[in-house]
Write a protein that binds this ligand. Structure first.
Ligand SMILES: *[C@@H]1O[C@H](CO)[C@@H](O)[C@H](O)[C@H]1NC(C)=O
Ligand SMILES: *[C@@H]1O[C@H](CO)[C@@H](O)[C@H](O)[C@H]1NC(C)=O
Length: 416
């Protein structure tokens, strides 16, 4: 620990600094691996659109003051996600369970943490079953089960002695993983428990903050583009940001007041193609690690499609351009918080080395920008999924109700 005087000096320094706290201490970071499931052909688009529909419905219900059962309106064939970011998390005590950690999806678009989809949950002396059932529908999957409190070990030094977690008795759409680490806003847990329907379930971040392990209720996420099937190349930092993962400064964007995006990590943003083609005028949408693609409202996507010349590829479900069109593909500029974030042509395409993993043809050029499935003006008009977040460092700041973006060494890299 720091001597008190030094700590006081640091806190004073932090309180006057314009920039956020930057933390480089290894104990506050959790490494993430990106995994591509190549064992079957996946429909990336259908998965993401079903999720988008469920997120919008959930947000709209919250805006109306109800907690809608999304199962009532979302009735899509569920697909596993083809590409996922996974964290290995220890549940229970003693920590010997760390020998068999749970592989959890990192999800900023939901806020319940749960296990049991893959390997069976093992009760230890730290486990206590509560009187609540728990159930969450994601559009691209669902689970239900019993709510427990248990010790959760995110990394050495990042231990939550009594975290409320779901233990699935039934789950769908999560083959190959054990559950979800939900790091969205805590309000999204409302209505997930029963009978305690009105109770919120504090997220792991909330608990780390309230127990004093971290001094800011904030998360920094680094994803990196990759062309291999499984690689440890992401990082989640609690309580601050990791300055080794981004370049320049972080631009902070206030959470939008427009519903339903306001219930998620929602921001106002506009999108332009090249120097002057407007794709989407300033509107609300969300930043989401549970969505693979970048989805934009149908009218905006039609403008992008005519600007690029893309045609739908019925085999993979993504849009495709020719190599000649790719050579002419312009950057997309995402403007938010008064700054423009440039998504290069290379960043707009699916890694060609992974084309076959999604059932595509080796040399085709598939675009990672696609149709949200509804027109703009509905309060959630885009989703910056992780194909965006692999190019920009992101910060999810609950204390200050804002999202941050910064460039990284990979923002303009030619990887795809
Ligand atoms: C890959 O997807 C298939 C089909 O959805 C599933 O059966 C399998 O368990 C998944 N494997 C991994 C490692 O995610
Ligand atoms: C976002 O856009 C809406 C609609 O134009 C506007 O009312 C709001 O002030 C903007 N900013 C924020 C932070 O919500």
């Amino acid at each position: 620990m720091f001597p008190t005087t030094l700590l006081t000096a640091l806190l004073l320094a932090f309180s006057v600094a314009a920039n956020p706290v930057v933390i480089d201490r290894p104990p506050v970071t959790l490494h993430l691996s990106r995994r591509v499931n190549v064992t079957s052909i996946h429909n990336l688009l259908r998965h993401d659109q079903a999720r988008a529909k469920a997120l919008k419905a959930k947000g709209a219900a919250k805006a109306a003051g109800t907690t809608l059962d999304t199962r009532a309106i979302i009735n899509e064939q569920v697909d596993n996600q083809a590409v996922t970011y996974i964290a290995s998390v220890g549940v229970g005590s003693p920590a010997t369970n760390f020998l068999k950690p749970d592989d959890l999806l990192i999800d900023t678009g939901s806020s319940n943490t749960w296990v049991g989809a893959g390997k069976a949950y093992v009760r230890t002396s730290a486990s206590t079953q509560t009187s609540n059932r728990v159930s969450v529908t994601y559009g691209s999957g669902s689970f239900s089960g019993n709510e427990f409190t248990d010790q959760v070990t995110l990394a050495s030094g990042l231990v939550i002695p009594r975290q409320s977690i779901g233990v699935a008795t039934r789950s769908q759409g999560f083959d190959g993983v054990d559950g979800i680490l939900g790091i969205g806003p805590v309000d999204l847990t409302e209505g997930t428990l029963s009978p305690a329907t009105n109770s919120l379930v504090p997220t792991v971040t909330d608990n780390l903050f309230s127990q004093g392990t971290i001094t800011n209720n904030e998360i920094g996420i680094s994803f990196e583009p990759t062309t291999t099937v499984e690689v440890l190349n992401g990082e989640l930092t609690w309580g601050g940001t990791d300055s080794s993962k981004f370049t320049g400064s972080i631009t902070f964007i206030p959470i939008t007041s427009t519903s339903p995006a306001s219930f998620f990590w929602g921001i106002n943003q506009s999108i332009r193609y090249g120097t002057s083609t407007n794709i989407l005028s300033t509107t609300a949408g969300i930043v989401d690690t549970g969505t693979t693609l970048i989805l934009i409202a149908t009218d905006a996507f039609n403008r992008y499609r005519s600007a690029t010349g893309a045609v739908v590829d019925n085999t993979v479900g993504l849009f495709r351009i020719t190599t000649a069109q790719f050579a002419r593909l312009q950057s997309l500029f995402f403007t938010a918080g008064g700054r423009s974030f440039e998504l290069t042509a290379n960043a707009q395409i699916w890694p060609r080395s992974l084309n076959t993993a999604i059932g595509g043809t080796t040399n085709n050029v598939y675009l990672i920008v696609n149709d949200l499935g509804t027109n703009s003006g509905e309060g959630l008009d885009f989703i910056n999924g992780y194909t965006f977040l692999e190019r920009f460092y992101s910060v999810f700041d609950t204390s200050n109700n804002r999202v941050g973006f910064a460039t990284t060494p990979f923002t303009t890299a030619t990887t795809n």
